[in-house]
Every structure is written in C-alpha cells, then in structure tokens.
Design a protein around this ligand. Structure first.
Ligand code: PLP
Length: 364
C-alpha cells in the first residue's frame, strides 16, 4: 500500500523531548511561571508587540480580549462570515452579538465596505481575521475602526509569520490573538497568546486570566478574574517551536509556490493572489468547481485534504440564534475551497505526487 500523505501533521522531535526532560529534572512546578514568561518574550520580540500574554488556547484568548476591552452582553462585534467558528463563538459566550460580514474575493478577509453598512449604535469592535495569513489594506481597516470608534481585535490565529508592509499581523489593532493548537504552524498542543502595545490592556489581561489578582499567592482580588493560565510544561515546547518557526515559514512559502507553479495550467483551479514576501500561508488553499469529488479522488490515492470552513451563517446554531441571511462571496468560496496537504514536513516529492494526482483527475 502507498504511504498516506496527510493534509497536515504536527511536528515535534527530540528537541522538544529533551527540553521537557530537562525542565522536569530541574524541579519546575509545571504550572505557569518563568518558562511561560520566556515564551511571551520570544513572541513579543518576534511580532514586534510590546506585550504578550499566554492563554489556554486561541478561543480563550479571544474571549479574554473582549473582556479586557470591557465589551458586554448586548454589544455587537463585526466578524467575517468565513472564519473558524471560534471567532464568533468567543463573542457569543459573553452575550455579545457577532454580526456577520461578507468577505472580499481578493483576500478572503472581511470586506470593509460591507462592514460599514453593518454598524449599529451597539457595535463596539471589529474582529478582523487574516484568513490563511492574508489581509486587506490594514491602514484602511485601522482607519475605519478609528473613525467609527470601534476597537480592533485581530484574530491572527492563522497568521503567525505573516506581515503587512513589514509589520506583523496582530499588531495593527488594540489586541492580536494567536493559537498554538495542533494544526497551526507551530504548536504547544493547546495554547493561545494575546499581544498588545497597550500597558493598561496588558495588565488587565494578566489579571483577568489570574483570578483578578496582581500576583500569584495573594488572595486579594482587585477585579473580576478567572483561571486562563498556561503551563510552563507547554511553554518549554513552545520555546523550541519558536526556534523552528523561521524554517517552517520558508517551507510553507516554498510548497505554496511549488503547488501554484505546477498547477498553473489547470483552468478549473483558482489560487488566491498571495504575496509570499509577506504572507506565510498556513494551509495551501485552492478553489475548484466540485471540491468533494476532487477530495474523494485524492482520498482514493491516499492523499489527505480538508474542505475549508463552511460559512458561519450556514451553521445550525447561527441560523437558529441569529436568523442569518445570505452572504454571496463567502458562500461561493466556502463552497469550492479545498485545503491540500500543507504540513511543514511535506517533501518536494510529496508535493509532486499530489500535483500529479490532481493533474490525472482533470486530464482523465
Ligand atoms: C485555530 C483558530 C482559532 C482557535 O484556536 P484554538 O487554539 O483552537 O482555540 C481561532 N480563530 C482562528 C481563525 C483559527 O484558525
């Protein structure tokens, strides 16, 4: 039997194993402490943000961002209709209404002209999602938020390693959020991070994630707070993963380029314009007329793939709760999107195998 080519695959090796072993031998308490701080510093330095706070995951980090900005039940936030469900769900858990906005075909990110029309007196923030590391013109988005007195939260879970005009995504708004779940470019199994340049927000986030106290071991609670802390054990893995990030970015760009070049002649396949000097694509996304059929063909050749997210407005809970309407652009792209094998471990030879299998499908 032929070896399977997975759509994605996490990548940990002896460097993480060794680091964890060394940490355990050192008598660390496992819970959040110095190693977490070290990881936060690494992320701050890499992204160019002044502050970074680790959290349990990229969903909790979004919830924390909205809490830190003091959004409350009854408020509204603008969310793109094409995103991972965590983006709007992080608002919904707080009773904040996610107002869905269609995307622009060029970037698959929120269409700011459509966002304008979705504003009401209750709108408090934009949750901007750089889908697969791409983004629109960020100065326009920042300007739009400023003019309309809206906070800007960037859900940059798919955008670690991606920049706009040399500035890391997640640093344009009030707070940026990342995820280190298993499918992301680097992972700590579960994990999230918030970045900000605002000292007050930084302090608030730290207190919100630690029972509303200013430091551990002191049981005076100055504000509301819960427990959304990280662990040093995961931080040790994260520190090793951060060292591998630059190579993974190069590799993701390289395989994207290779797929794009080799599939160029097939008219049925659409790639989104992607500037690889700034964008590090998380997954290789293609858009084809009947993605399920291509997926079945790939599957029968032991090649994994994954449909891109269905639009939020089509999810049962959203239809029932918010009586969602139709959003033509996001519906179109969701209905034809397919993620090809995109692992950082993918070899040139494997990309060629995938490409040949796709070529065979279209030529037969
Ligand atoms: C992965 C992802 C999340 C959720 O992160 P978790 O760490 O899995 O909670 C949120 N938003 C986007 C855009 C994502 O891709």
């Amino acid at each position: 039997m032929k070896k399977t080519i997975p759509q994605m695959e996490p990548w940990f090796d002896e460097t993480e194993a060794k680091a964890v072993y060394e940490y355990m031998k050192s008598g660390g308490w496992v819970t959040e402490f110095k190693k977490t701080e070290e990881l936060e510093e690494k992320i701050s330095r890499y992204t160019g943000a002044r502050y970074c706070v680790m959290t349990n995951n990229g969903t909790v980090s979004l919830i924390l961002a909205l809490l830190a900005l003091e959004l409350k039940a009854g408020d509204e936030v603008l969310v793109p209709n094409l995103t991972m469900i965590a983006t709007p769900n992080s608002a919904a858990i707080l009773g904040i209404k996610p107002i869905l906005v269609d995307i622009e075909p060029k970037t698959l990110c929120m269409d700011i002209d459509k966002a304008k029309k979705a504003i009401t007196s209750r709108t408090k923030a934009v949750m901007y999602v750089p889908f697969n590391g791409r983004c629109g013109q960020m100065e326009n988005i920042v300007d739009f938020c400023r003019k309309n007195n809206l906070f800007l939260v960037e859900d940059a879970a798919q955008a670690l390693g991606s920049f706009y005009k040399g500035k890391h995504l997640g640093t344009f708004g009030d707070i940026g959020s990342f995820s280190f779940s298993t499918p992301k470019i680097i992972s700590t199994g579960q994990g999230g991070a918030l970045i900000t340049n605002n000292a007050k927000l930084h302090k608030k986030i730290k207190m919100l994630k630690d029972f509303g106290r200013t430091r551990g071991g002191v049981d005076v609670h100055e504000s509301w707070g819960w427990n959304f802390k990280f662990t040093d054990l995961a931080a040790v893995i994260g520190i090793e993963q951060m060292k591998k990030l630059p190579d993974r970015i190069l590799h993701k760009k390289r395989i994207f380029e290779q797929y794009r070049k080799l599939l160029l002649g097939i008219n049925q396949i659409e790639f989104i314009d992607t500037d690889l000097s700034e964008t590090s694509p998380w997954f290789i996304d293609i858009f084809v007329p009947q993605p399920n059929k291509l997926q079945t063909h790939l599957q029968s050749n032991n090649i994994g793939s994954r449909r891109i997210y269905p639009v939020i407005s089509s999810q049962k809970i959203y239809k029932e709760t918010y009586k969602t309407k139709s959003f033509p652009v996001s519906e179109k792209y969701a209905s034809c999107g397919l993620w090809l094998p995109s692992s950082s471990k993918l070899t040139d030879k494997e990309v060629e195998t995938v490409v040949q299998t796709i070529q065979k499908y279209y030529n037969d």
